[in-house]
Write a protein that binds this ligand. Structure first.
Ligand code: SAH
Ligand code: AVI
Length: 329
């Protein structure tokens, strides 16, 4: 398959670009599974099933992040919209955009809700999200863009000012340098009147964090294991899924959750385009990092990316925070 960037906007008009994803996936998987230690990028969690499983995670009693952020958005949205005065809303890693509706509703109340551009790698799920939004917000232009936000992507023509949002603490799935580089691209694309809203999970009682990633109903485990099922489905791999188990550990020194898939016994896997891969008993594939922040560490990332924090909005219980920023340029 060609590696030339090709048009890839759902229900819209080209040309918006994304690399053809299958070849990229083969390259990433080859690199990740032939490295020591083995790893896979968390972006591969999100095929349609992975996106549905993530939605289930957001409903779990242990997964406080979504509830905290929703409550914060409800409490703060009027102030955010009054300060940003957006007519366009762009969202990185939009998923189901459920919480985004709080912002769209406030924009509508303020009388300017022209355009919503959800960006996500999960194509089918994004299409479904866009369909629902078009139905519920008929007066808003909904222009979904299928893209990897870590790569260059083009936005449609926007109606200024624009509010760019990155919710759910997805920033936490990027180590500091990758987070800075991603946010630098955001900052570079911002006009002086644009704003950036970031949602981030805060450092807290480690047990609360551990429980959020080791839920009692096993949904997070299914979400983690789905990445192997995806390799079986899409790359014709032959992983025996029950030869692996979910592990999530929280490092209080590195302030991050690490999710792994652990081989329960020696295991050999063939991925036709990659070859044979051997797993020792106890060997792990690291599938995700999820960093937790305080105000200082977020400020550091924002300022290194060329963004200035103008409003700091922590939850009452300090579990989560929103930060509103503008470009330093
Ligand atoms: N913003 C939503 C969803 C968070 S889940 C919320 O707050 O609930 C993370 C989302 O980011 C998923 O929808 C996933 O498909 C998307 N995503 C993950 N890595 C991505 C990447 N590299 N580029 C684009 N989207 C990505
Ligand atoms: C999308 N991201 C912020 C989630 C997180 O909490 O890091 C993904 C997730 N992984 C396990 N549970 C949820």
């Amino acid at each position: 398959m060609s590696e030339t960037p090709t048009p890839d906007v759902v229900g819209g008009t080209p040309p918006y670009t994304v690399r053809r994803s299958r070849q990229q996936m083969v390259r990433d998987v080859r690199k990740g599974l032939t490295s020591t230690p083995k790893e896979l990028s968390p972006k591969y969690f999100y095929d349609e099933r992975g996106s549905v499983l993530f939605e289930e995670i957001t409903q779990l009693p242990e997964y406080y992040l979504t509830r905290s952020e929703r409550a914060l958005l409800e409490a703060r949205v009027t102030g955010i919209v009054a300060s940003a005065r957006p007519c366009s809303l762009v969202e990185l890693g939009a998923g189901s955009a459920t919480k985004t509706r709080i912002i769209l509703d406030a924009m509508r109340r303020e009388g300017c809700a022209e355009l919503y551009v959800p960006i996500d790698v999960s194509r089918d799920f994004l299409e479904a999200t866009a369909l629902q939004l078009r139905n519920d917000y008929p007066e808003v232009g909904i222009v979904p863009v299928v893209s990897d936000i870590t790569e260059a992507f083009t936005l449609p023509a926007l109606v200024a000012p624009t509010l760019i949002v990155f919710l759910g603490s997805t920033i936490g799935n990027f180590p500091r340098d990758s987070a800075v580089s991603l946010l630098s691209h955001v900052a570079a694309s911002m006009a002086p009147t644009d704003s950036f809203l970031l949602g981030a999970d805060m450092r807290k009682d480690p047990d609360v964090i551990r429980r959020a990633y080791n839920d009692s109903s096993g949904i997070t485990a299914a979400f983690n294991l789905n990445i192997l099922e995806r390799l079986n489905r899409e790359l014709d791999a032959n992983f025996t899924i029950d030869a692996f188990e979910h592990r999530a550990i929280y490092s209080t020194e590195l302030h991050r959750v690490e999710m792994h898939l652990v081989a329960k016994r020696p295991h050999k896997v063939v991925i036709p385009e990659i070859g044979e891969l051997c797993f020792r008993e106890g060997e792990t594939i690291r599938t995700e990092l999820s960093y937790k922040y305080d105000r200082e560490s977020l400020d550091d990332i924002l300022s290194a990316a060329g963004l200035i924090m103008e409003k700091w909005m922590p939850a009452g219980d300090a579990s989560f925070a929103l930060a509103l920023a503008h470009s330093a340029a």
